[in-house]
Design a protein around this ligand. Structure first.
Ligand code: ADP
Length: 362
């Protein structure tokens, strides 16, 4: 089997899909009611396999208050972590064929972003979120191709808080900042986070160790863990380098897994000082992300990557040949109605981009 023929064919297929589909796919996930939350009062109704979702305005029961949305996929609250990962597996694996991929979780605090990306606290393997599963899958597939294509897989984890990038894998006690093969080889490929530590992944237990260190460091720097993590973006980046052992050619791909800061609007009249600054930074980076996505879709000649740290870091994985997927997370409760609506409107704009791009390219 000529791997390169397969690769070229794959790439052609992906490019065609890209042309057809635009830059971004949107999967909507509704989290279940949690035990002890009182009587469930849902305003979010999952409609079916075809990606439809209906939201009811709690102050306007009846037909008037209904709003329908459609995305590439909508998950019911019963969807398992494994089901979700199955749907994104091809996207994740395309990194091993040299694609850059970006997967986001967007939504208000408490809507399940971290659950989707990482899993619940102390997750067992069954509860693992996308980060663990993606790393593990990439590492396993890379092992299975060994001999034909030899891969190296490296991981970085950073947090962006108030427009500052913090390295979550640095370990001061042993000053680990491993220079890694990729530092010299990918500068032309647009290395995403040059200043952060990078570790090789060679086993499932490496995956677990890295995630543990990252999660621990995320909480150590925080004054109040939950609060802080909802106001920072966390990014796990997986770098892949594959060498074809027959031809000697080398390919690179990277995967960004992004747990965004909570998208809730903070009432400016009620916050001051640190909280106000945080809120301003979050608003700025989330709206910069939106601006980049919309400019890409409208094929604008200027893409405003430089307006935020987030979009700067992700530049190589947004646009061009890169593939983007956004998990839009919802809290189903009536109390979250207005936040859910603003989340959905953002998501609708983002996924509307897809159709717009397809139309304009015809
Ligand atoms: P966010 O990251 O958006 O602030 P979390 O991921 O922390 O939200 O989720 C809030 C709470 O809901 C957590 O206790 C989490 O374990 C729980 N949760 C979220 N999504 C699910 C789900 N699909 N199934 C079960 N529990 C969930």
């Amino acid at each position: 089997e000529n791997y390169h023929a397969v690769l070229t064919e794959n790439r052609k297929l992906f490019n065609e899909l890209q042309e057809l589909k635009g830059n971004i796919r949107v999967f909507c996930r509704v989290r279940p009611f949690l035990p002890g939350q009182g009587a469930p009062n849902t305003v979010v109704e999952y409609v079916g396999e075809d990606g439809e979702l209906v939201v009811t305005n709690p102050t306007r029961p009846g037909k008037d208050g209904l709003r329908k949305f459609r995305f590439n996929k909508v998950y019911s609250p019963a969807a398992t972590q494994a089901e979700v990962f199955t749907d994104i597996k091809p996207l994740v694996r395309s990194v091993l064929d040299g694609f850059n991929v970006c997967i986001f979780a967007y939504g208000q605090t408490g809507s399940g972003k971290t659950y989707t990306m990482t899993g619940p606290d102390g997750a067992s393997e069954e509860d693992w979120g996308v980060n663990y599963r993606a790393l593990n899958d990439l590492f396993k597939i890379s092992q299975s191709r060994k001999g034909n294509i030899n891969y190296e897989v490296g991981v970085q984890m950073v947090e962006i808080y108030n427009e500052q990038v913090l390295d979550l894998l640095s370990d001061d006690s042993s000053q680990k900042k491993y220079p890694f093969w990729i530092l010299s080889t990918t500068s032309q490929n647009g290395l995403a986070v040059p200043d952060a530590s990078m570790y090789p992944v060679k086993s499932t237990s490496d995956v677990i160790t890295l995630m543990d260190i990252g999660l621990q460091n995320r909480s150590v720097g925080a004054t109040a863990m939950n609060e802080r993590s909802s106001r920072s973006h966390s990014i796990v980046t997986v770098h892949v380098c594959g060498k074809d052992m027959k031809t000697g050619s080398v390919l690179y791909g990277n995967l960004h897994l992004v747990d965004l800061a909570g998208s809730e609007r903070v009432d400016r009249s009620e916050v001051k000082g640190d909280r106000l600054r945080e809120a301003q930074h979050i608003n700025k980076s989330l709206s910069s992300l939106g601006d980049v996505i919309f400019s890409l879709a409208s094929k604008s000649s200027h893409i405003p990557y430089r307006n935020s740290k987030l979009t700067q870091l992700l530049q190589s994985s947004l646009g061009g040949q890169a593939k983007t997927l956004m998990f839009v997370q919802l809290n189903p409760d009536a109390i979250s109605y207005s936040e859910s609506m603003s989340t959905l409107k953002f998501a609708e704009r983002v996924s509307g981009v897809e159709l717009g791009a397809a139309k304009s390219s015809k």
